[in-house]
Write a protein that binds this ligand. Structure first.
Ligand SMILES: [Zn+2]
Length: 463
């Protein structure tokens, strides 16, 4: 009898392990409703978030994992004094749900009161308080008063072949991995602030010194809120897409000429990439200046919003190049997602490659390819494989951006531009609004070539 129990226990343990290793069919649709009050002077925001998670897979889920990416910036991209505190987690009826917080508040494991069966929707409500830190590079409030709050919200972790994505965040790279979701966002803020987010503004109504903004963000891979007292707005039309600029002229480098340059470059890139890789998936692209933090500023992509570094010292062409790169992420990150920890080259290498293509179409003689080729051939990285995790590259920027870019450039030179763009089109089409892996890209290359690129793949990619 005991032996049988041992066998049964081993079987149960194996089943449990199987459950953790991603062998269950767990697929979800995510819809979020956020209601927030932002008080920049107090450096705080409180919000409630309702998550409606529908199980569209064929197995049941007893728990859900969420990321709260703003907390990954603690001590890394912001000063230490920021935090997003989750004060309560309940079901739709207000009954408390058990949860565990880990990785300094980046990861939340929520245990459901009852298993979420296929076809069912679970409602989870979070109450949160955001303590806004000084911005170092991506998150917080800058000395000039620009508030940038990417990832202040909770979003469902990805469940893939390895189970729930609970990888600790590396020190290199952007660290995100998410499916797309729909967000309805309401934010109230003092009326002397102008707000924007990476969605479509539905209304902005001022009353008693407070403006209430309502946004809808469909098929977004993240959420970001920006605010400033001094924003000036600019607008362009790029085909069917509205490009909305929000710029703080109080930030170094944000001149009239530079704003025009960045708006023109974003509009050009949207049309150019739309023609190459598939139509931009949203109605609006918001463009803003990268806030200048305590140490430096970073251009950055979000789903439907980009920040661009305006530094006056920079060669003006570099500013266009940055705008092209960040806009390219609307395809390689936004439309075709990837795990930025495990395979960051799938967004950074591709965006760098697309940015260089766009430079050529723009008519610039900026030596983008040459710069990438030099970095890609540097002694420290010349043997680096592009598809390694973020923290395994000897020099992250050169290994991921530059070698990633040159891998694609060499493939293009080998098979011909038209054939290679066709491969990229198929890759985008097949993974549009999903997530892709290096294996998916290799499958697209294999399908689009007669197999004469093995040497290039062997040089750049670890099988
Ligand atoms: Zn990038």
């Amino acid at each position: 009898m005991r032996g049988r129990w041992i066998v049964l226990s081993v079987l149960l343990a194996l089943l449990a392990l199987a459950g953790c290793s991603g062998e269950r069919d767990l697929v979800f649709e995510e819809r979020y409703t956020i209601d927030a009050d932002l008080d920049p002077a107090d450096r705080s925001m409180v919000y409630t978030q309702r998550a409606e998670i529908t199980n569209t897979g064929s197995d049941s889920a007893s728990e859900l994992w969420f990321h709260l990416y703003a907390n990954m910036y603690k001590g890394l991209f912001q000063t230490e004094d920021g935090d997003v505190l989750v004060s309560s987690v309940t079901d739709g009826a207000g009954r408390p749900l058990a949860y565990e917080r880990s990785q300094e508040g980046v990861l939340y494991r929520v245990r459901l009161a009852a298993p979420l069966e296929p076809g069912e929707m679970a409602e989870i409500r979070f109450s949160c308080q955001v303590i806004i830190p000084d911005l170092e590079s991506k998150y917080g409030v800058s000395p000039a008063g620009d508030v940038q709050l990417p990832g202040f919200n909770l979003q469902l972790a990805v469940y893939d072949e390895n189970g729930w994505d609970t990888d600790p965040l590396p020190e290199e790279g952007d660290g995100r991995y998410a499916h797309t979701a729909d967000y309805d966002v309401t934010v109230r803020a003092p009326a002397d602030y102008t707000l924007a987010c990476n969605g479509d503004e539905q209304s902005a109504a001022a009353r008693d010194g407070v403006t209430e903004y309502r946004y809808t963000c469909r098929d977004r891979r993240d959420l970001v809120l920006i605010a400033c007292k001094n924003y000036v707005r600019r607008e362009r039309q790029a085909g069917d897409v509205r490009v909305l600029g929000y710029f703080d002229p109080g930030t170094a480098g944000v001149t009239e000429a530079a704003m025009d340059q960045v708006m023109d470059a974003a509009a050009f890139a949207l049309e150019y990439f739309g023609g190459l890789f598939g139509a931009y998936p949203h109605d609006t692209l918001v463009v803003t200046n990268a806030a200048l933090g305590t140490n430096f500023a970073l251009s950055m992509e979000y789903s439907g919003l980009v920040t661009v570094y305006f530094d006056l010292e920079t060669d003006p062409t570099a500013r266009s190049h940055i705008t092209f790169h960040e806009t390219a992420h609307q395809w390689f990150y936004g439309a075709v997602g990837n795990d930025e920890n495990q395979e960051p080259w799938l967004d950074e290498g591709f965006a760098e490659f697309a940015g260089n293509l766009c430079l050529g179409a723009w008519g610039s003689d900026w030596p983008g390819w040459e710069i990438s080729a030099n970095a890609a051939g540097a002694e420290q990285v010349k043997d680096d494989k592009v598809n390694l995790p973020a923290d395994e590259h000897p020099v992250y920027q050169w290994g991921v951006y530059d070698r990633g870019c040159m891998c694609l450039k060499e493939l293009m030179d080998a098979v011909g531009r038209e054939a290679f763009i066709s491969i990229l089109q198929d890759y985008c089409h097949d993974h549009w609004m999903g997530v892709a892996t290096t294996a998916d890209f290799l499958a697209a290359v294999e399908a689009g070539t007669d197999g004469d690129v093995g040497d290039i793949l062997a040089e750049y990619i670890q099988k």
